[in-house]
Design a protein around this ligand. Structure first.
Ligand SMILES: NC(=O)c1ccc[n+]([C@@H]2O[C@H](COP(=O)([O-])OP(=O)(O)OC[C@H]3O[C@@H](n4cnc5c(N)ncnc54)[C@H](O)[C@@H]3O)[C@@H](O)[C@H]2O)c1
Ligand SMILES: CCCCC[C@H](O)CC\C=C/C=C/C=C/[C@@H](O)[C@@H](O)CCCC(=O)O
Length: 248
């Protein structure tokens, strides 16, 4: 992502000397992000690829271009997300593209395909734990991201893929997406609940994107974390959801 949480994560990755492909639908935002990265880190360390993640062929090509440019792939972050107005599009961006991005990540990183392993992080939301009347389909997609990622993490363990798969669930974060709750264009008919949404935001507080980047870097660098669901909230900071073990 070229803005919001994605932009903060790119900054942290590049500060850690990673080479990064920024994939985003928004060309002007992507061009601006690329020019900022070039000034700070040099032009060879990043590429910007304009891509609609719901276009399966374009997403496949974006992965291939990245591997062609940098030689291999180690980390995939499926971060693109939109709000509620067009519910079918919301599912395509927030869930279908995360699944597609995970499968493409495995094609390029899994030991099953003779590759060297890696790490995939799928971005969900605290909305998956505290459902909200303002975003029913958004909430459903974020539940879906957690279920899919945990099951895939188990598949990766059983199949010896060598790819860690984790989920990151932020509470409210100060990004352009948060401002979208004011607009019918993004929220559809649920925009009429915007005052209630803002009340909830005031109650829970709003996080800085840099804290989400810190959580993301922990998931990337700690190779003991696999199949985990990280939550980031104002009240508890960076922490992990705990699940009951499956009973027999
Ligand atoms: N901001 C929050 O409060 C918050 C809280 C919890 C989870 N999240 C999740 O974090 C992720 C990032 O959100 P953000 O707040 O940074 O949002 P944002 O709107 O600031 O950034 C999202 C980026 O995704 C891009 N994008 C949207 N549709 C796309 C598409 N079809 N193809 C390619 N790129 C596309 C946008 O151009 C944008 O640059 C989302 O998955 C969101 O659901 C956000
Ligand atoms: C308008 C789109 C922007 C996206 C909005 C987010 O995706 C929705 C975030 C929703 C809820 C956030 C709740 C936060 C709660 C916490 O601060 C905390 O108190 C909950 C404690 C639960 C826990 O930590 O286990």
């Amino acid at each position: 992502g070229a803005q919001g949480i994605g932009r903060a994560v790119v900054q942290s990755l590049m500060q850690s000397r990673a080479q990064v492909a920024v994939v985003d639908l928004n060309r002007s935002c992507g061009d601006q992000c690329k020019s900022e990265l070039d000034s700070e880190f040099g032009a060879d360390c990043s590429i910007f690829l304009q891509c609609d993640v719901t276009d399966a062929d374009a997403l496949t090509a974006a992965f291939q271009t990245t591997v062609d440019r940098f030689g291999h792939l180690d980390i995939v972050i499926n971060n693109a997300g939109i709000n509620e107005k067009n519910w079918e599009k919301t599912i395509q961006v927030n869930l279908t593209s995360v699944i597609k991005g995970t499968y493409l990540g495995l094609e390029h990183m899994s030991k099953e395909y003779g590759k060297g392993g890696g790490s995939i992080i799928n971005v969900s939301s605290m909305a998956a734990f505290l459902h909200s009347p303002h975003q029913p389909v958004y909430t459903a997609t974020k539940h879906g991201v957690i279920g899919f990622s945990r099951a895939m993490a188990d598949a990766s363990s059983l199949g010896g893929y060598g790819v860690r798969i984790n989920v990151l669930c932020p509470a409210f974060v100060d990004t352009p997406l948060l401002l979208s709750v004011e607009h019918e264009d993004n929220m559809g008919k649920f925009v009429k609940f915007k005052d209630d949404f803002k009340k909830s935001m005031n109650h829970f507080g709003v996080l800085k994107p840099s804290l989400i980047a810190d959580g993301m870097m922990m998931l990337i660098t700690d190779d003991t974390i696999h199949g985990a669901v990280m939550k980031i909230t104002c009240s508890k900071g960076i922490h992990f959801h705990t699940y009951e073990p499956m009973s027999t």
